[in-house]
Ligand binder design. Structure first.
Ligand code: PXP
Length: 239
């Protein structure tokens, strides 16, 4: 199980003072040195955390895989094609949300999706779509030309009892198996933390988890390098 680290909230902290520290690019380098297999950032329409200059600097700094999470807009498509991350992840985006609130509504956007994805394929940028662990959504992602699906784990992360968590994990496990059977790569994320991520270590159809808030929060107490290493150990890996 690989760990991709989302560094958006390093920028949130930096923006609290609107100066230079802490620097998201420096965080990315440190996370990679500590074993992260990829770095994720979400350039939002309102630029509330990562800004355009951060993205350019992250592109220069990241030597593993840079994953740009983005809304399906013409503006973001232009920025992504110019920046050339290894992959883009299409996410839903609402101005008023605190964080991404659920999977991308792929049925609603399906008609425009293949055409939207094509320039990325032409530029050798992989395309991931953040969706609910649902077979129909996975089929649509495959048909539209996605390379990867990121299964939304937000509902799993909100479940309170072991039984409820197990039921949700089962859905994710089945969805991952189905996606793999269609030839898609599978990652998972949202809301994973030091209490609930270990269950993913044994999900063999999922290659990677994408974790942000919990790692940055832990980093405030023990440092980013140690927080990344701790999560990698939980996921059954060695940093
Ligand atoms: N995956 C996606 C698609 C996301 O939008 C986010 C949040 O930016 C994450 C993973 C990471 O979520 P969290 O910050 O809760 O770990």
């Amino acid at each position: 199980m690989r760990l991709a680290v989302n560094i958006d909230h390093i920028a949130t902290l930096r923006n609290a003072r609107n100066e230079f520290d802490p620097d998201p690019a420096e965080a990315a380098i440190l996370a990679e040195k500590s074993g992260a297999a990829g770095i994720v950032c979400h350039l939002r329409e309102d630029r509330r955390h990562i800004r355009d200059l951060d993205l350019a600097r992250l592109r220069m700094a990241v030597t593993t895989r840079l994953d740009l999470e983005m809304a399906m807009t013409a503006e973001m498509q232009g920025i992504a094609l110019k920046t050339k991350p290894e992959l883009v992840t299409l996410v839903p985006e609402k101005r008023e949300e605190l964080t991404t609130e659920g999977g991308f509504d792929i049925a609603r956007h399906y008609n425009a999706l293949a055409e939207y994805i094509k320039p990325f394929r032409d530029a050798s940028i992989e395309v991931s779509i953040f969706i609910e662990p649902d077979e129909r959504a996975i089929e649509l992602a495959k048909n539209a030309g996605a390379d990867i699906v990121e299964l939304h784990t937000g509902i799993y992360s909100l479940r309170e009892t072991d039984e409820e968590r197990e039921l949700e994990l089962d859905k994710i496990r089945h969805a991952a198996r189905f996606a793999r059977s269609l030839g898609l790569a599978v990652v998972a994320g949202h809301g994973l933390n030091y209490r609930n991520a270990a269950a993913f270590a044994s999900l063999s159809d999922i290659e990677e988890v994408s974790i942000g808030h919990a790692i940055i929060a832990r980093a405030a107490f023990i440092g980013l390098g140690a927080a990344v290493q701790e999560m990698i150990a939980l996921l059954g890996g060695k940093a």
